[in-house]
Design a binder for this molecule. Structure first.
Ligand SMILES: *[C@@H]1O[C@H](CO)[C@@H](O)[C@H](O)[C@H]1NC(C)=O
Length: 470
């Protein structure tokens, strides 16, 4: 069976070796272990992606290689080579066509390009990629009515996706600009008391958690799977001598991480702002309830951002305020997200949510929003801990399978449709209301509960001098 999935080109030089119960085999440029591809030369991997009249690569290979090949060559180069090989095949196939009875490589190429454009649409923001698609429509699909139409439809869908992406990016930029405007009212605590606070916008923790989940899923849905990998490609000038990724950033991934930071600062701002201790305590209790609802929904990212906000030192030091709060629930949530033992409590909760999602009866039960910074960190360490190439120059495909596994889990989570009603007013508030900077938070905090030691006193006078003078 291990010989069965190979393309003829590699068959002749096959070598097999038994180690224990497992079989390691290599066929020229490709090595398999127990039927699974473990390493190969880049050339062989590209070959393996290219469909022929009677061969189509399996889907997990297509995803894995399209995802990670960018560590070794630009998507455009890959596209060019795949298309070139296909065109060649078609040429040589055309001669035989009459005898074989009409089978053709075009439908399979269309299938490959469809998987590419649907899973990695952002690759096609590069004009050269689009030109290549057009060429393929003309060259390969010509004379095959069905494939030609499929190429047209695929291109239409792609253009729609890319234009939605452009609109999203503009919208995020505009919202950020609003949030950056720092009206005078925020500059000092006395006048900021007139700013509306979270409770005046929404005092139902469940509703607020639902709106947070909307924002999370909106932003997740625009992250391309390749963004996880692209950041490594940029880092490695040797593999990427032309530095082609410098222009195409990982902007949606960054926008999402920025949202996490914003939510933490928003929580801290809401708590530090009120003049009255009783009011501050109420806001803390409210956010604890929101965090609990986020946990129940499976929205671990907002949950963690809220906990982070509450643990920022300007908030944590408000002892008199915290004394008025029942913290039992909060301690349980903090325990859930405790970083010790590599976040083992959280990982268990995440697995629970993932299982619930897999057997879900409603779209609400499908929701899993991971604590995103940790997901990025896991993928980062996976990349750091494993070489891309083996000493013989072959690409370490075991690593690429593992990267693809982690990223494809994310793709499942990303596609959930948020079932809750949107409340535009609350959403608007969450994404645009101005928040304090770290220094401003400290100052607001000292105004609420005076500095307690010399260090805090020094800091207060320093901050007062530098921040709140016009
Ligand atoms: C933490 O756990 C994840 C998931 O199990 C794993 O991939 C990662 O290597 C672990 N990190 C450390 C430092 O042990």
């Amino acid at each position: 069976a291990i010989f069965s999935c190979l393309k003829g080109a590699f068959g002749s030089s096959a070598k097999a070796r038994l180690c224990g119960h497992s079989i390691t085999a290599s066929y020229g440029e490709m090595c398999y272990h127990d039927n699974s591809l473990v390493s190969a030369s880049l050339e062989a991997l590209i070959q393996h992606l290219v469909p022929t009249v009677d061969y189509y690569p399996d889907r997990s290979y297509v995803f894995t290689f399209l995802l990670s090949s960018r560590l070794f060559l630009h998507p455009y180069e890959l596209m060019t080579r795949v298309c070139h090989l296909c065109v060649e095949q078609q040429r040589s196939g055309d001669a035989l066509l009459d005898k074989v009875g009409g089978s053709h490589v075009a439908p399979k190429l269309v299938q490959l390009l469809t998987e590419w454009t649907e899973t990695f649409p952002y690759d096609f923001r590069d004009e050269r990629m689009m030109r290549c698609l057009k060429d393929m429509t003309l060259q390969v699909a010509r004379g095959d009515e069905y494939s030609w139409r499929a190429m047209q439809q695929m291109t239409q869908r792609l253009i729609k996706r890319l234009s939605a992406l452009g609109q999203y990016e503009e919208a995020v930029a505009a919202l950020n600009a609003v949030a950056q405007e720092r009206p005078a009212s925020l500059k000092s605590k006395q006048t900021s008391a007139q700013r509306s606070d979270i409770l005046s916008v929404c005092d139902d923790p469940f509703i607020l958690a639902q709106q947070l989940t909307h924002i999370e899923l909106d932003r997740l849905s625009f992250i391309g799977p390749e963004e996880f990998i692209q950041s490594f490609a940029m880092k490695d000038p040797l593999e990427n001598h032309k530095g082609f990724f410098r222009k195409r950033k990982t902007s949606n991934l960054e926008a999402y991480v920025n949202w996490f930071n914003r939510l933490s600062f928003l929580v801290a701002t809401e708590i530090c702002m009120p003049v009255k201790k009783k009011h501050r305590a109420r806001i803390i209790e409210f956010f604890i309830d929101v965090a609990q609802e986020c946990f129940n929904i499976g929205n671990f990212n907002s949950l963690m951002a809220i906990i982070t906000g509450m643990n920022m030192s300007p908030v944590a030091r408000l002892k008199k305020t915290w004394n008025k709060v029942n913290t039992d629930k909060f301690e349980i949530l903090e325990h859930q997200m405790d970083p010790s033992s590599n976040f083992s409590n959280y990982r268990t909760a995440l697995r629970g949510a993932t299982q619930r999602s897999e057997t879900a009866h409603s779209s609400q039960e499908k929701i899993v929003i991971p604590f995103f910074s940790l997901l990025i960190k896991d993928i980062y360490f996976l990349n750091e801990g494993c070489a891309n190439r083996l000493p013989n120059g072959h690409i370490n495909f075991e690593k690429l399978w593992e990267l693809a596994k982690q990223v494809s889990e994310f793709l499942v989570w990303r596609q959930v449709i948020c079932p809750f009603d949107r409340d535009r007013r609350i959403l608007q508030y969450l994404v645009t209301t101005p928040v304090f900077t770290e220094d401003e938070l400290h100052l607001a905090s000292y105004e609420s509960e005076g500095p307690e030691n010399n260090m805090e006193k020094d800091r207060t006078s320093l901050l007062t001098r530098y921040i709140w003078t016009p």
